[in-house]
Design a protein around this ligand. Structure first.
Ligand code: ATP
Ligand code: MG
Length: 449
């Protein structure tokens, strides 16, 4: 292994602040001890002179967000993208188009909605339905999917992508993963007017709802309780139904195939439906950091035992996101509805701080090692012929999202489309370093082996 890593060159770029906060030089040292050459990238100099690079690890998110108004930042990010384009053999953790998707709340929520659709296991036949494998039936003649009690679950075929184009009169069952839900959301681009209420109701938004800035770098939020409060909404913003979740947030930190779940405080429950109360304005870090003790964190109105996240659901969500965006270093914020027990993804962060993840550097090193190994394997096997069988292997169930080509999803405007794959292909189902993780304030790690 050591021989394989020797001489490999990994470029890294993180802001000085992030390097200090994460103590990243400890990781650089760990890599060097294993023979990996770690190159701190200087974006003010041509990257070509700093290469060749087998892998780039970066936290360019801040620069990408700045780049809309800041020419200097724009040029720096462009120089990285140019290097990546000229060197498709360099693996980027993580690809810049994916980072842009994660920095835009609306794009992230669109993506989550599509993923949830795809996590609905579909394509069951009528026979499967008879065997009670499915919970919902597609009935073309009635143009809808109905659950066992006959209630309409999908009105439009568009909601069930796999069924698009289906014309036969056969009933098709759709097994719905009812353990996940995507809170209704929409973007408000201009000041609220007389028809706003109708408009938001059409999108399934109900009171109370939460307002967030379109870019995920701002953490100022508001909770809106009634029509009266609509004047306090500051567009442009993304609004999303407020889900009562007993004031508990689960932060999932993903490092390749490994993930950790950390429990954090969160916002308290509110009665559902319109209420005569003033909007609440808050900064997200005042309600969800480990040490938070705001009035908004009150658990006074929590009844019964809080629900804990289901590991299989967390694993599936992180696996789907990894494969859909070809990302490996990200965080997912999940809340669990106290009404339905469903898991809702409310935020996805690129290269988070991994606070409270004690073995982050070990996991990062093991992920980097497998990326370098995979890359070395691809390089040797593609020479003079077919790509290796493993590179073509089917990724297992969630990979049905992507087919065998491991393409990635790019969210542009209102549409989600396939983009090219940059960097890693599908990772195999069974991996030596796969880890299963437990939920706690201080996460512990176990092996699935
Ligand atoms: N739909 C929702 N229903 C209920 N509470 C929510 C919802 N969305 C967000 N919250 C609450 O607001 C907090 C901040 O939300 P979110 O994670 O979207 O903000 P953020 O500023 O992007 O966070 P981060 O610091 O992780 O980047 C959450 O931790 C949770 O307490
Ligand atoms: Mg968050």
């Amino acid at each position: 292994m050591q021989t394989l890593l020797k001489g490999r060159r990994v470029g890294y770029w993180l802001s000085e602040k992030k390097i200090k906060k994460m103590n990243f030089l400890v990781f650089v040292d760990m890599c060097r001890k294993r023979g990996i050459e770690m190159v701190q990238l200087d974006l003010s100099r041509p990257l070509e002179e700093q290469g060749p690079l087998d892998v780039i690890i970066h936290k360019l998110a801040d620069l990408i967000l700045a780049d809309q108004n800041d020419t200097q930042a724009l040029l720096l990010v462009q120089s990285v993208q140019d290097y990546i384009d000229t060197h498709p053999e360099t693996v980027v953790l993580d690809p810049l188009p994916a980072i842009r998707t994660l920095l835009d709340r609306c794009k992230s929520y669109q993506l989550i909605r599509r993923l949830e659709d795809c996590m609905k296991d579909s394509g069951w036949t009528e026979d499967d339905a008879k065997l009670e494998k499915c919970q919902s039936m597609w009935c073309p003649s009635r143009n809808g999917a109905f659950n066992r009690k006959g209630a309409l679950q999908f009105q439009s075929i568009v909601d069930v992508p796999i069924l698009k184009g289906m014309t036969s009169g056969t009933m098709i069952g759709v097994l719905i993963d009812e353990r996940i839900c995507s809170p209704p959301f929409m973007v408000l681009r201009s000041e609220c007017g007389t028809d706003t209420l109708k408009h938001i109701q059409k999108h399934g938004i109900t009171f109370p709802f939460i307002c967030k800035t379109p870019n995920s770098n701002s953490h100022e939020m508001a909770i809106i309780f009634s029509e009266e409060d609509l004047k306090d909404v500051k567009p442009p913003c993304v609004i999303q139904n407020f889900i009562n979740h007993d004031a508990v947030l689960y932060k999932v930190y993903v490092v390749g195939e490994a993930y950790y779940v950390v429990e954090r405080p969160s916002i308290r429950n509110f009665p559902s439906g319109p209420a005569e109360r003033k909007p609440i304005f808050f900064h997200s870090h005042d309600v969800s950091k480990p040490e938070c003790a705001s009035d908004l964190n009150s658990r006074a109105n929590v009844e019964g035992v809080s629900r804990v996240p289901i590991d299989e659901v967390i694993r599936e969500i992180s696996r789907c996101l990894r494969r859909a965006l070809d990302v490996s270093l990200f965080g997912i914020d999940i809340i669990i509805s106290n009404q339905t027990g469903q898991h809702a993804v409310i935020d996805i962060n690129a290269f988070p701080g991994y606070e409270g993840v004690p073995e982050f550097f070990d996991d990062l090193l093991s992920h980097l090692t497998s990326v370098l190994q995979e890359r070395a394997f691809e390089n040797t096997s593609v020479v003079g012929g077919q790509p290796p069988a493993a590179a073509l292997a089917d990724c297992g169930k969630p990979c049905m999202l992507l087919g065998n080509e491991a393409n990635t999803w790019i969210v542009e405007g209102d549409c989600v489309k396939w983009g090219g794959n940059q960097g890693l292909g599908c990772d195999s189902e069974v991996s030596a370093n796969f880890q299963q993780h437990c939920v706690s304030a201080i996460p512990t790690k176990a092996s699935s082996q």
